[in-house]
Design a protein. Structure first.
Length: 147
């Protein structure tokens, strides 16, 4: 399972993409993951939610990310569904968001912002330049816990 990190301990701001939930003690927690793309490692943070934890439990994953929505996002089928009971009914994605589209059960990575989508659940976001993914055509990735 990916390392769970307290953002306060790291001194990170709440503006970090993927910044997420607050515990009863007031600390924010995230899970560090890496996307390996053609030898390049791209850092990302998963939110501390049931859906993101279930996604983390699937790692490592080897996926082909395919274009969808006129280049707005990259999508890939997941090997199983993620729990969405506690999640909002939808969200308005931004560039760099890592999401789960519950109606189809797929991973969706947003290359640019988009309008509100019902059934879209934020899992986290990239904390580094993701241009290795942000281009037209299929992209082979390995998503794994950070070391």
């Amino acid at each position: 399972m990916p390392r769970i990190t307290s953002k306060r301990a790291l001194g990170c701001s709440d503006a970090v993409k993927g910044a997420s939930t607050t515990t009863l003690s007031g600390e924010n927690h995230t899970m560090d993951i890496v996307f390996d793309v053609e030898g390049q490692q791209i850092s990302a943070l998963l939110d501390d939610t049931a859906a993101a934890r279930a996604f983390a439990d699937m790692l490592p994953l080897e996926l082909s990310l395919d274009d969808f929505g006129a280049g707005v996002e990259k999508i890939a089928d997941l090997p199983g569904s993620l729990p969405i009971g506690e999640a909002p009914s939808g969200m308005t994605p931004r560039a760099g968001d890592i999401t789960y589209y519950a109606p189809w059960g797929n991973l969706a990575i947003f290359r640019q912002g988009f309008s509100y989508a019902k059934g879209l659940v934020k899992l986290g976001g990239f904390t580094a330049d993701f241009t290795a993914i942000d281009h037209s055509g299929p992209v082979k990735v390995i998503i794994r816990p950070a070391k």
